[in-house]
Design a protein around this ligand. Structure first.
Ligand code: SAH
Ligand code: SF4
Ligand code: F3S
Length: 449
C-alpha cells in the first residue's frame, strides 16, 4: 500500500537529479509527495559529504525525526547519496531510527527495498553497486517542464587529493551516446527545450565505442525541437582544444562554461593533484574566449588548503582579478576522512585565517560581478522564458545563452518561448531588462553577434 513521501536533497546537481529519479520511481508506485518530512510515510535524505557542513546538516535533520517516527511506527526513513555510500552500515549504528542505507548507484532499487522493509521490518544496507555501469529505466520527475538534467556519465577517476567524490561515486562510466540521445529526444517530444548534461568531468566522457564529449554534443545538436544544451562540470585536466572547438561549433550548445580552477597557485595545484597549472588554465580560458566572444564563465575555488601561504592565496586573488569570472563558488578547505589530503597533510591554516581569506575572495568576486552587470547594460540577450519571477509576480524570468538569470516585464503567455531582452540594469547575480521586438544594430554589435 503506497503512501506519501518526502525527499530532502543536499549537494550537487547529480544529487538533485538522483532525487528526481527517486521521485519518478516512487510516483510510479503510487506514492504522493508531501512537503514536510514529519508528515511523510517515506522520508529519504539524499546526502552530500563534500564538506563537513553538508554532512552534519543532513545528519542532524535526520536525527530530528526520532519522535515523529515514534508516533508513526510505519514511517520508513532512508539515507541515500554520498554520506550513505561513504559510511554504509555504520550509519545504522549512528542513527538507530534509520531503516535503509542506499548507495549512489543502488538508489534505483529504492521501491524494492521499501517493500522489503515494510514486509519484514528489517533494516537494509545496499551500497554494493558503486562501480557498476547502470541504467535507469524510470522517468525522472522533474519540476520544470522546459529544462532538465541528464546524466551523461557517473563516477570520477581523478584523484584530487581533497575530494571524497571518487570514493562516493565510484569509477567513471559513460552512458552510450544512443541512450543519451534517446532520453533527450523523448524529453524534446514532451516539450523540454533545454538540457543540462551532468558528469563530474564531462571532458573525460568516453564510451565503449571510443566516442568522446565532442561526438556527444554533435549528436545532441541534431535533435529537433531541442534549443539549448548546457553541460557541467568541465575539468581543465581533460579539457582538450577539440572540446572547446565543439562547444563553439554547435548552435545549440550554450556559451557558458563552468571551469573550476580551485587555486591560482601552481604549488597548491600540485598538492591538490589537479594535473594542470595556472598557465594551462589561462590558455584554456583564452581559447574559449576567442571562440565564444560573448559568454559566461564560472568557477570553484578552495581557500586554506593545507600549507597554503598568504602569498599563494594572493595568486588566487590575482587570477580571479585577471580572469573576471561571472560567478564563483568559493569554499574553505574541509578535510574529509579517507582523502589523501586528510590522511597525509596537516590542516594547518587556522580557521580564522581561512574565514578571512574566504571573505576577501568573496568580496573581490562580488565587486567583479557588479562591474560585469554594469557592462551588460545596453546589450541584447536571447532569453528562454522559464516562468514568473519568484521575487516579483509582475516580472518574467529566464536565462540568457550565457546562463545569466534575466528578469523583465511581460505576459506569462511568453513562457516557453525565446525572446530578445535589452539589459537596463540588475544586481551582481541577476540582469534586468525589457523585451525588444526589433534588434537595434548597435545593441547586437555590443553583444558581439
Ligand atoms: N567534479 C567537479 C567538482 C565536484 S565537488 C570538479 O572537479 O570540478 C564541487 C566543488 O567542491 C569542487 O570543485 C571543490 O571546489 C569543492 N570541494 C571538494 N572537496 C572539498 C573539500 N574537501 N573542501 C572544500 N571544498 C571542496
Ligand atoms: Fe573531486 Fe577532482 Fe573528481 Fe572533481 S575531478 S569530483 S574535484 S576528484
Ligand atoms: Fe556532494 Fe556527492 Fe555531489 S559529495 S557534491 S553530493 S557528488
Amino acid at each position: 500500500m503506497a503512501g506519501s513521501y518526502c525527499i530532502i536533497t543536499y549537494g550537487c546537481q547529480m544529487n538533485e537529479h538522483d532525487s528526481e529519479i527517486m521521485q519518478g520511481l516512487l510516483k510510479a508506485r503510487g506514492y504522493s509527495k508531501v512537503d514536510s518530512e514529519f508528515e511523510a510515510d517515506v522520508v529519504v535524505f539524499n546526502t552530500c559529504c563534500v564538506r563537513e557542513g553538508a554532512e552534519s546538516r543532513a545528519m542532524s535533520r535526520c536525527e530530528s525525526l526520532v519522535s515523529a517516527k515514534e508516533k508513526n511506527p510505519n514511517m520508513v526513513i532512508a539515507m541515500s547519496g554520498c554520506v550513505a555510500q561513504d559510511q554504509g552500515k555504520r550509519l545504522l549504528d549512528k542513527l538507530p531510527h534509520l531503516d535503509i542505507v542506499i548507495g549512489t548507484r543502488d538508489y534505483v532499487h529504492l521501491p524494492q527495498l521499501l517493500d522489503r522493509v515494510q514486509v519484514s521490518g528489517e533494516r537494509v544496507v545496499a551500497v554494493d553497486d558503486i562501480d557498476k555501469p547502470f541504467s535507469v529505466n524510470s522517468i525522472p520527475l522533474r519540476e520544470s517542464k522546459l529544462k532538465g538534467f541528464v546524466n551523461i556519465m557517473y563516477g570520477c577517476n581523478n584523484g584530487c587529493t581533497y575530494c571524497i567524490v571518487p570514493k562516493t561515486r565510484g569509477e567513471e562510466w559513460s552512458r552510450p551516446i544512443a541512450e543519451v540521445v534517446e532520453e533527450v529526444r523523448a524529453m524534446a517530444a514532451q516539450g523540454y527545450r533545454e538540457v543540462m548534461l551532468l558528469g563530474q568531468n564531462v571532458n573525460s566522457y568516453m564510451t565503449d565505442k571510443r566516442e568522446d564529449f565532442a561526438d556527444l554534443l554533435g549528436a545532441l545538436n541534431e535533435i529537433d525541437d531541442l534549443w539549448r544544451i548546457r553541460y557541467t562540470t568541465s575539468n581543465p585536466k581533460s579539457c582538450r582544444d577539440r572540446h572547446i572547438g565543439a562547444v563553439a561549433g554547435y548552435e545549440k550548445v550554450m556559451e557558458n562554461l563552468h571551469l573550476p580552477v580551485q587555486s591560482g597557485n601552481d604549488r597548491v595545484l600540485r598538492m591538490m593533484k589537479r594535473a594542470y597549472n595556472s598557465t594551462r588554465y589561462r590558455h584554456l580560458v583564452s581559447l574559449y574566449r576567442e571562440q565564444n566572444p560573448v559568454h559566461g564563465l564560472t568557477t570553484d575555488i578552495i581557500v586554506g588548503f593545507p600549507t597554503e601561504t598568504r602569498a599563494e592565496f594572493e595568486d588566487t586573488l590575482r587570477l580571479v582579478q585577471e580572469i573576471r569570472y561571472d560567478n564563483a563558488y568559493m569554499f574553505m578547505y574541509s578535510p574529509r576522512a579517507g582523502t589523501v589530503s586528510a590522511e597525509t597533510m596537516r590542516d594547518d591554516v587556522p580557521l580564522e585565517e581561512k574565514k578571512a581569506r574566504l571573505k576577501e575572495l568573496i568580496d573581490l568576486q562580488e565587486s567583479i560581478a557588479w562591474e560585469k552587470t554594469r557592462e551588460e547594460i545596453g546589450r541584447v540577450h536571447e532569453v528562454m522564458v522559464e516562468g514568473i519571477s519568484k521575487k516579483d509576480a509582475n516580472q518574467l524570468q529566464g536565462h540568457s545563452r550565457t546562463f545569466k538569470r534575466v528578469v523583465f516585464p511581460g505576459n506569462e503567455r511568453l513562457i516557453g518561448q525565446r525572446v530578445k531582452v535589452k539589459i537596463t540594469g540588475g544586481t551582481s547575480h541577476t540582469l534586468a531588462g525589457d523585451i525588444v521586438t526589433t534588434e537595434p544594430a548597435e545593441a547586437l554589435a555590443a553583444a558581439g553577434r
